[in-house]
Each structure stands twice: as C-alpha cells, then as structure tokens.
Design a protein around this ligand. Sequence first.
Ligand code: ADP
Length: 388
Amino acid sequence: MRHAILALNAGSSSIKFGLYDLETSSELQLVSRGALDLGDAPRLSAKAADGTVQCDRPLAGDNAGIGALLHWIESELGSRKLVSAGHRIVHGGREFVEPVRLTPAVIEAIDRLTPLAPLHQPRSLAPIRELAALRRDLPQVGCFDTAFHQTIDPMVSRFALPRKYDAEGIRRYGFHGLSYEYIAGRLNEISPALAAKLTIVAHLGNGASLCAMRDGRSVDTTMGFSALDGLVMGTRCGAIDPGVLLYFLLERGITGEALQHMLYEKSGLLGISGISGDMRMLEASDDPRAREAVDFFAFRAAREVAALANTLGGLECLVFTAGIGEHSALVRKAICERLRWLGVAIDEPANASHAGIISRPDSKVEIRVVATDEESVIARQARMQGNA
Ligand code: ADP
C-alpha cells in the first residue's frame, strides 16, 4: 500500500496544508496543496500538483475544522494510507532543536513555551490536539521555526540584560526557520556555489524577517525572543525602543494585554497607514498614508539588511521570498535602491516580470526571487522523524 504524509502550517486565519505521496524513495511527491480558511467564512480549497482545482467549497459551521480537512483528504487518498502528520510549530525554546514525535508529554512541554509566543503557539497547538483527538493512532511530528537558528553565535543571540536571564532562555531565537531551511536547500539545488555565497534571505509575508546565512546556516536574524522584533510587518511593530513600552505601561497606564494587542495586531503597516496591513491593498491605494507605510517598510528592511551584512562580513546574494517578497516588484525595488551603496543593482525589467534572477549583470550582489515552500520542509522532517 502507498503511504502519504500530511504537512500542516497553521497561521492566524487559515491552515495551509500539503499532502505528499511517500512511495518514491528519494523525493516526496506533492499530491495536493491547499488551505483550510477558518474565521467568519470557513472554506476548504485544494489544488493538485499541476494546479487543477480539486476542491473549493464553503464549510458548514459545525464541520469546519481539521475534521473537515481530514475527511476530504481521506476521500482523496484512494489506495494510499495517511501514515504521519507534520506541523509547523512557531516556538521550540531551547529544548526543541529538531523535529520531534508529538506524544502527550511533548505536547505539554511545547504548551509550556506559550508565554514565549502567546499568540502563535496556541495556533500551532490547536490542530495537533484536534488531530490527536480524531486519529489517536496517527503519528504526529512537530517541526520548529526556531530550530534553523540554533547555529547563531551567542554574541548574536544575547541581550544586554543581567546575565542570569540569558541562562534562563531570555535571548534571541529567531523564527521563519522552515522557510529559511527550504530556501537554503533550494539555493543548493540550483548550485552549491550559489549556496556558499554570503546570503541574506528576506522572508516578507504578513510576518517578516531576514536571515543571514553562511554556507546555508543561519548566522543572524531579525526576529528575536518573540516574533515582534526586527522588520515592520503587516500588523506587528518590529524593532522598537523598549522605553516606549515602559512609557505606555508606567505613564499611560495601558494594561499588558492591551499593549500586546497593539504591538501584534494594530501596528506595522496597518498602524502607520491606518488603512490596511495587507501590502497588496496598500499598493493599490492612492492615499498618501499608504505610500508612506510602503516606503517605511522598505526603509526599515534595507536598514536591517545592512546590519545583517555586517554580521556576515559582506553580502553576495539577496533572496526575496514569501507573499511580498515573491510578488511585490515595488517593494523589492524600493529595498534594493536603498542598498545601492552595498553594490546591489536591480534589473528593473527582470524585477517587474518577477524573474528568478533580478540583479543586473554588473551587480556585486546576486538578487533572486525564490518561492518558499514550508510545507515540503514539514513533510520531509516528518518523514525523517518517522524513519528515525
Ligand atoms: P503569511 O505570513 O500569512 O504566510 P504571505 O507570505 O502569504 O503571508 O504574505 C502575505 C502578504 O503578501 C500580504 O501583505 C499580501 O498583500 C502580500 N502580497 C501577496 N501578493 C501580492 C502582490 N501581488 N503584490 C503585493 N503584495 C502581495
């Protein structure tokens, strides 16, 4: 009997999934890719590897969760059997630095990390628990967004706080690791010489971060202890003077919960524009505040690229990925123009057509656009864990 693996990537309002055939010995074969939209209008959509629509329908309220997805998947599997499910988990803390089989004890240990990622960790855990309740015998594997950054130097991970806190785990972890692992692997597939370059990957989606890589390993990243640090994001503030937070808490009497809500949900592109946290909507808007937000996003991203280039000791390759990185020629151009002094020279026609290589031949830095695929990394890690 043929076997299949399900990869689940839970976000704020949807769960992306990939279903893979395990039969071929070396490569996982994509069978279906899709999303379970939660929220007000639950919906299940899926496409086959060739882009054919397999499913696109609203879900009834009481049958709108993982159960509906599982039901659809099992109807599609035919003679295949689902043998494992892998999950993206945002925070692995210090303990989880590689994929792990999700036993009840492990799930509890992951749940204990919730204070480190109060909004994201519960989203990661919900589908795991739902699936465990529905299919108790199905092995589940946790794949951690923090794990890729375990190679960063203590100098990079440390905060200048009293040193006991570092030992207690109050340090930079970094996120988006599954995406960075995919990009590192993809660069190596394109050419080992490319993968050996001093590289900065810009994962620009609703959440956004940069990762500096040497030989495909993380040496620095913009997100920190939490997924708030670094770049301006859709609704998150990015790097901010901690004095501002103290001022809100101590002088303005804002509660911790209200401050958390402002920093995660009301800031970033949404906060600056007052219009939307969605880059596509801002690009389509004539409102000057929308333009201001887009410019600010690019300004801060370019500033952080320069900071990470300093950790790397140079910059030879810049990769754009995720929703904004893959699709917004405007943002890529704005970032690259601010990095001209570093030898970054963008080819405008290539950029406008979203080509794979968007640098001019005379650019000192190769600029690439690479579509990320976190689900394939989850599936691969889940398979490895199953074989371990
Ligand atoms: P998530 O972090 O939720 O996985 P994505 O990687 O899907 O997010 O990125 C979502 C972001 O990408 C949104 O800001 C969206 O507007 C932006 N985006 C998607 N397509 C385009 C496009 N064609 N032009 C500009 N921005 C885009």
